[in-house]
Ligand binder design. Structure first.
Ligand SMILES: Cc1ncc(COP(=O)(O)O)c(C=O)c1O
Length: 392
């Protein structure tokens, strides 16, 4: 059965709920039983049976089944944010004295968690570049326990060689985690490439409507047994209401992603043709440094990309963004609405790190929403005219 069909119906059991086609939103912190026998029976597997919401909830459970199906995994765990999904496996799998390798272009707060919390716990954290991912052997140590990937990155979209990393990691018993938020489970299947654990900020495309924060994790049954108890103790659990919204978002994910992809490629190509634009960083453009690898690892592209204007003044850059009517300025991405984020020096990051990422004042990141792409192009045209006027 095609994934587009499965995403609609997988895990639905209308016969259990009066024929209701959507799973009900089960509002219950606890689940009560009449007999000791029943109570003991559900307590034998509290991570899959209704006992207490922090461990299992039927609405959240349907979402967990769906993410496992989409990621070709045996098990899924939902969290109240992407950071919940990222921090739980790191805390569950790493111990004092372990060495952790992290992609240098990793999402800022993930980096902060590694540098602050994990370092304080006595875990040795080191970063590697996307180029090094083709052969990480020289960076491995006897105590390397885990390698953390995020491909593509979310500012300048560095593509890592996933299979080269997992081949090495598997041979040495090292765990691998990947943040798959950019490509979504539709366009990249990391577990098929040997990755152990996939995490998502479901806040982005999966929820898709900028109305909740959501984290999702998918892995084997054996890893679920290692990670789930820590997840339950950390307590970043998803509410049944937000699980419902996420399930609703997932039903239209294939349709939305097809439109996001088409619109973003059209706008990226249009921007690349403009004299005011020096460079467009979109993994689906042949001019992008990681284009060939991206094509091998992914079956599609989402709609978050960056572009660099010609060297300009602060006034011109501000005129460009302030003139836009359809693009709000904001950090998140993957929703129905278009966004424009200036990556100038006011944006976080140590100078060294900014230089390694190629972040300068003329760089902007855009999330292309579901508006008509020609309306977005007309808006950008007005913005570029304002940039030109301010440069004169
Ligand atoms: C690539 C990436 N991973 C993880 C996260 C964290 O997700 P959340 O904000 O849902 O905690 C984000 C959020 O912006 C992100 O961009």
């Amino acid at each position: 059965m095609n994934e587009r069909t499965k995403i609609l119906h997988h895990g639905d059991t209308p016969e259990k709920y009066f024929g209701a086609v959507n799973p009900p939103v089960v509002h219950a912190s606890l689940f009560g039983y009449r007999t000791v026998e029943e109570f003991r029976a559900v307590n034998r597997d509290p991570f899959h049976q209704p006992v207490y919401h922090r461990e299992y909830n039927p609405t959240v459970g349907v979402l967990e089944e769906k993410i496992a199906m989409l990621e070709h995994a045996e098990a899924g765990i939902a969290f109240s944010s992407g950071m919940g999904a990222i921090t739980a496996p790191l805390l569950a799998l790493l111990s004092h004295g372990d060495h952790l390798l992290v992609i240098d272009s990793v999402y800022g707060p993930t980096r902060q968690f590694c540098n602050d919390t994990l370092t304080r716990m006595g875990i040795q954290v080191e970063y590697f570049s996307a180029a090094e991912s083709a052969n990480l052997a020289p960076r491995l140590k006897d105590n390397t326990r885990l390698i953390y990937l995020e491909s593509p990155g979310s500012l300048t979209f560095e593509i890592q060689d996933i299979e080269a990393v997992t081949r090495l990691a598997r041979a040495r018993g090292i765990y691998t985690i990947i943040d798959n938020s950019w490509a979504t489970p539709l366009y990249q299947k990391p577990l098929d490439m040997g990755v152990d654990i996939v995490v998502h900020s479901g806040t982005k495309y999966i929820a898709g409507h900028s109305d909740l924060t959501l984290g999702l994790l998918a892995c084997s049954e054996a890893l679920f047994k290692k990670i789930k108890p820590t997840a339950v103790l950390l307590g970043a659990v998803l509410s049944p209401d937000d699980a419902y919204l996420a399930l609703r978002g997932l039903r239209t994910l294939p349709l939305r992603m097809a439109q996001h992809q088409e619109s973003a490629l059209k706008i990226a190509r249009w921007l690349a043709s403009r004299p005011e634009v020096r460079e467009v960083l979109h993994p689906g453009l042949p001019t992008f440094p990681g284009y060939e690898l991206a094509k091998r690892q992914m079956t599609g592209y989402s709609s978050l990309f960056s572009f660099r204007l010609q060297p300009g003044t602060a006034e011109a850059r501000r005129a460009f963004v302030d003139t836009l009517e359809l693009f709000l300025i904001g950090y998140s991405w993957g929703g129905y609405e278009s966004l424009m984020l200036p990556l100038d020096r006011a944006f976080a990051g140590e100078p060294d790190w900014r230089a390694r990422r190629g972040l300068d004042d003329d760089l902007f990141r855009t999330s292309i929403g579901l508006e008509d792409p020609d309306d977005l192009i007309a808006d950008l045209e007005r913005g570029l005219a304002a940039w030109r006027a301010a440069m004169d």
